[in-house]
Ligand binder design. Structure first.
Ligand code: ZN
Length: 166
């Protein structure tokens, strides 16, 4: 396995809509392994393929309950109730801001083996899934911060100590 380079904003790839993956082949499986390793090393709790320069619909997540991948994730249901978490992004190091998102989502996609899966998520996991699927549309979290004065800087130590970089 090898660590991948995480792009930083405003790299143009981060603003592009990603294309679907046709087949979960050995190259995709290898990329998933490398993305999980890169996410853990960062450290972060999620990583989307465009963040490492691949314009394809693939995300990996690990909020401390084990890492998993979602190929071609699609949010099929969103709770109307909103929640707010302070988020950071591995592509925008050093800043965090509160972001309002749905408090629960249902997401469908393929797993690492190409098998269809459905995940019902709430709380922080729901936020992470929405943050990552936004990346596949070229959207970054600061786009969703209504009050830009709430964007604050964090030290390297705080950045590494809290699991909010996605
Ligand atoms: Zn991000």
């Amino acid at each position: 396995m090898s660590l991948l380079k995480i792009l930083t904003f405003p790299h143009p790839i981060l603003r592009k809509k990603c294309r679907s993956i046709k087949k979960v082949d050995s190259n995709i499986k290898k990329l998933i392994d490398n993305m999980i390793e890169t996410m853990h090393a960062a450290p972060g709790v999620g990583l989307a393929a465009p963040q490492i320069g691949e314009n394809i619909r693939l995300i990996v997540i690990d909020i401390g309950q084990g890492a998993f991948a979602l190929v071609n994730p699609k949010i099929v249901k969103k709770n109307k109730t909103l929640q707010t978490f302070e988020e950071g992004c591995l592509c925008l190091p050093g800043i965090v801001a509160p972001v309002e998102r749905s408090s629960a989502v249902t997401v469908k996609g393929l797993d690492k083996n190409g098998h269809p899966i459905t995940i019902e998520a709430e709380g922080f996991l729901a936020t992470v899934i929405q943050h990552e699927t936004d990346h596949l549309e070229g959207i970054v979290f600061i786009d969703k911060v209504k009050d830009k004065t709430l964007i604050r800087e964090v030290s390297k130590k705080e950045e590494e100590g809290k699991n909010k970089f996605i």
